[in-house]
Design a protein around this ligand. Structure first.
Ligand SMILES: Cc1ncc(COP(=O)(O)O)c(C=O)c1O
Length: 356
């Protein structure tokens, strides 16, 4: 953290809830630390950020968030090592992506010092809450929404930027069975698929519920045009290993530029694993499954790092993936988490030390 340039006022909670938390049995993103950072955008400028007790916020019913869904968010994590040093993973990439989302949704950008200094100050205030049990981390949710009023379908004139912290256990869902989507789309050319805006995720709930009713845990999103290109896995980027080549689609208007995705591509390169960033068709994946060259499929994202896929469904048929030894998914997960928890040298320069 640079020397403080912002005057962040801190109003401490009267009492801490930390004693009520079972840190050995943390779920993912369902309990929240004692404090949050709040910052208002009014009269064309960001006001000074404040740290206040975590709690309800008050909004007018006419606030534009409720009507037009002008909202964006990020998902990141803080990790504690054995010396209780706090680390972030590529946090400035989250900040940059936050502003990309803001610009797409006609919202004001947040300056880097508000985001970084605000986050680091908040992490220090609630550092006791950063879990240390194996695989656990502090999930960080920065978000912004239109608090300005009006039933006019136009951008609001006031916004709130908030950061909340959720101590979370290791995210392990086991291997998932996925359905290659043939009807619904999560994004389209010229749309908002590359932005982390709320409606993108709400729009996935219904198709995902339908897939669950059929016995799948997640949807593989395909292109909106003819559902022939493999694009994302739920709210994760997707990797497919055919033979020894690791393939993922290029980022576009429709695909989120995932930080885990780009880290995996760099790790693959450093390990002499051949990668291809190109359009990958469903036909190619089905052919590879049929001729035995399909070795692995996995989702990639901050929450789970990698989420291996055991089988996929396509046009009323299920295709099982083989169990491979020394899989790329395991290698990626280990390499990334070893860097995140400061267990190895970070030759990539991804780890970011939080000043305490
Ligand atoms: C739609 C979507 N794709 C991919 C990702 C993975 O991105 P990251 O690796 O930066 O968490 C996310 C999560 O942020 C997402 O919401």
């Amino acid at each position: 953290m640079n020397p403080s340039t912002l005057d962040i006022q801190i109003k401490k909670a009267k009492s801490s809830k930390i004693g009520q938390v079972d840190f050995n049995n943390l779920a993912f993103g369902s309990i929240f630390s004692d404090h949050m950072l709040v910052c208002d955008f009014k009269n064309g400028a960001w006001e000074a950020p404040k740290i206040v007790p975590y709690g309800p916020i008050s909004l007018q019913p006419s606030a534009k968030i409720f009507h037009y869904g002008q909202s964006i968010f990020e998902g990141m994590k803080a990790y504690k090592d054995e010396e209780d040093t706090i680390w972030l993973f590529r946090p400035k990439d989250n900040h940059a992506r936050f502003n990309i989302s803001a610009s797409r949704m006609a919202m004001p950008e947040i300056p880097e010092d508000y985001f970084m200094e605000g986050l680091e100050t908040l992490l220090n205030v609630d550092k006791q809450w950063i879990p240390t049990t194996d695989g656990s981390a502090m999930y960080i949710r920065p978000f912004m929404f239109a608090s300005g009023e009006g039933f006019h379908a136009s951008p609001a004139d006031e916004y709130k930027f908030i950061i909340c912290l959720a101590p979370s256990g290791a995210y392990f869902s086991g291997k998932v069975k996925v359905l290659i989507e043939q009807k619904y789309s999560r994004s389209a050319n010229g749309g908002v698929g590359y932005a982390k805006t709320g409606g993108n995720y709400a729009g996935q709930f219904h198709p995902t519920q339908l897939a669950k009713e059929k016995g799948y845990q997640q949807v593989i999103w395909t292109d909106d045009h003819n559902h022939e290109n493999i694009e994302e896995a739920g709210a994760m980027n997707i990797f497919v290993r055919i033979g020894d080549t690791l393939i993922t689609g290029p980022t576009s208007d429709r695909i989120l530029d995932g930080i885990t995705r780009k880290s995996i591509l760099q790790i693959a390169e450093a390990n002499n694993i051949k990668t291809e960033v190109r359009t990958l068709t469903v036909t190619e994946v089905v052919t590879a499954a049929n001729n035995g060259t399909l070795k692995e499929m996995f989702g990639a994202g901050t929450a789970a790092v990698v989420s291996p896929i055991s089988a996929f469904g396509y046009k009323d048929q299920d295709y099982e993936l083989p169990v491979v030894k020394d899989g790329y998914a395991d290698l990626m997960k280990k390499t990334i988490t070893d860097i995140q928890y400061n267990r190895v040298e970070d030759s990539y320069g991804w780890r970011y030390r939080v000043t305490q």
